[in-house]
Design a protein around this ligand. Structure first.
Ligand code: TRP
Ligand code: ZN
Length: 468
């Protein structure tokens, strides 16, 4: 690492002792500044932090459902993107008991969701550092701006972590913004008899006398809102899909019977999705099925979506489509959420069209003619600009977002549209993208086609677009 970019040229003997001390106090004389306390997301300005990129998360957790107590060590590897005198992590609730940076105790303090860490020495731009946070307590269940519950949810027989949009800060400290993705290793120790499920692949299961440890590995980059832990009694099934892709499903025993037929179709849905969206972006798949009283909604947690009770096929299609659109190609800000939900909704339309249901054209026409009956908010705001954090999961994001894609299909024709779906997933595979990236991508694919009316009226425009 660059330890001395600005070596004083004056011989040290020529300097007063006081000046030498001042120059060496911060390890070479460069004065770093604190990283930002937020990334100025339009909806969650304090989410995420400036000054570094996380390159790996190692979470070592233990949970006791009877006492609702979580004990954790989070070790983050990060690269400084500026000279840093201090930096923030996001953490909501819980008690921090110690913080180390590169193995040395660091000063820290807390204010709201900001955990500010002041390392022993300064961190140089471009350098890699490792921060370890020890913490514990009863994690909070948060109520989202839209009223739904996320964060850490105690369940009938354990707990479930749901993180969209900002719930992951309730169970581990991190850079909690979708623009900073990283691989994860998540280890969870639970009382014997319970199972702990997470993202990625189960690499080890170690049974102790009273407790069992589950070690999960996620090799591909993951946004923190897609990280999950599900603890409880589950019927676990481990099979494979095409080419030996591991399928791991964990189903609450009360849901096993109702889930069997639909989960058996997971390989078929996955094969259809690969055909439609391109190669599956991850190294394993599966599902977590909870009781509907434990999880209020489905979430596309990476590799292994969570369902509130047995899903139907359209919901399975929706959450699997998110593995391409959302999990692999991740919105750069929360404003870009339609890139997740519009695509996942359109995936449902396509599935229906190709499996004996309504054509996407008919779904589009019905929505245009009287969509308000089913979705009262349908024309309340444009998909690319949700009017508030409460409405990030609103009808315009899902339904009108899908209508934007259908307008593109009408203009491009079926073949070019299918190429676009695959191409977009490929262009930003394992990355992040925003709405402007999308419109630019579309225009590059069809340089002689004019899309400006679609952007203006369907994507960015207020109110119901006029019939063309
Ligand atoms: N993404 C979830 C789905 O599959 C729904 C959801 C949960 C959501 N929390 C959210 C959407 C916050 C937007 C914002 O549809
Ligand atoms: Zn969705």
């Amino acid at each position: 690492m660059l330890v001395s970019r600005f070596v004083p040229v004056v011989p040290a003997v020529a300097l007063s002792t006081a000046l030498v001390l001042a120059l060496t106090a911060c390890g070479g004389g460069v004065q770093g500044t604190p990283g930002g306390a937020g990334l100025r997301d339009p909806y969650f300005p304090k989410a995420g932090n400036g000054g570094y990129d996380v390159t790996h998360y190692a979470l070592d957790l233990a949970y006791d459902p009877a006492r609702r107590r979580l004990t954790g060590t989070a070790a983050l590897t990060a690269r400084a993107t500026q000279d840093l005198s201090a930096f923030d992590l996001d953490l909501k609730g819980l008690d921090v008991t110690g913080v180390e940076v590169d193995g040395k105790q660091a000063h820290w303090n807390r204010a709201g969701q900001e955990l500010t860490v002041r390392p022993h020495g300064e961190l140089r731009e471009g350098g890699t550092f490792r921060v370890t946070v020890r913490y514990g307590g009863t994690p909070e269940t948060l109520t989202d701006p839209d009223g739904s519950r996320e964060g850490w949810l105690p369940t009938a027989d354990g707990a479930l972590a749901l993180g969209e949009p900002v719930g992951s800060a309730a169970w581990f400290p991190g850079n909690h913004h979708p623009s900073d993705k990283a691989p994860y290793d998540i280890t969870v120790t639970v009382p014997r008899g319970l199972t702990a499920v997470s993202n990625g692949e189960l690499v080890r299961e170690r049974a102790g006398k009273d407790r069992t440890t589950f070690v999960w590995h996620t090799g591909e980059p993951m946004a923190s809102y897609l990280a999950t832990v599900a603890i409880g009694r589950y019927d676990v099934s481990r099979t494979t899909a095409r080419d030996g892709l591991p399928v791991y499903t964990a189903v609450d025993p009360t849901q096993t019977r109702a889930s069997r037929a639909v989960l058996a179709r997971l390989p078929e849905v996955l094969a259809w999705a690969e055909d439609t969206f391109g190669p599956y972006p991850f190294t394993s798949t599966g599902a977590i099925v909870e009781r509907d009283t434990d999880a209020g909604y489905a979430l596309e947690t990476q590799n292994r979506p969570v369902f509130p009770g047995a899903p139907d096929v359209p919901l399975l299609v929706h959450e699997l489509a998110h593995q391409w659109y959302g999990d692999s190609v991740t919105p750069r800000t929360w404003r870009d959420i339609w890139l997740n939900e519009g695509f996942a909704t359109y995936a449902e339309w396509l599935w229906a069209e190709e499996h004996g249901g309504d054509s996407a054209q008919r779904t589009f026409e019905r929505l245009y003619a009287h969509g308000e009956d089913l979705y009262p908010d349908l024309w309340a705001f444009p998909p690319a600009h949700p009017d508030s954090a409460e409405r990030l999961s609103g009808d315009p994001v899902y339904q009108r977002g899908a209508m934007v894609l259908h307008k593109l299909r009408q203009r491009l024709g079926d073949d070019a549209f299918r190429t676009l779906l695959r191409g977009w997933a490929g262009a930003h595979r394992h990355g992040t993208a925003d709405t402007a990236d999308f419109t630019a991508y579309v225009e590059r694919q069809a340089p002689r086609t004019d899309f400006s009316d679609i952007w203006r009226e369907w994507l960015y425009g207020d109110g119901k677009p006029g019939r063309p």
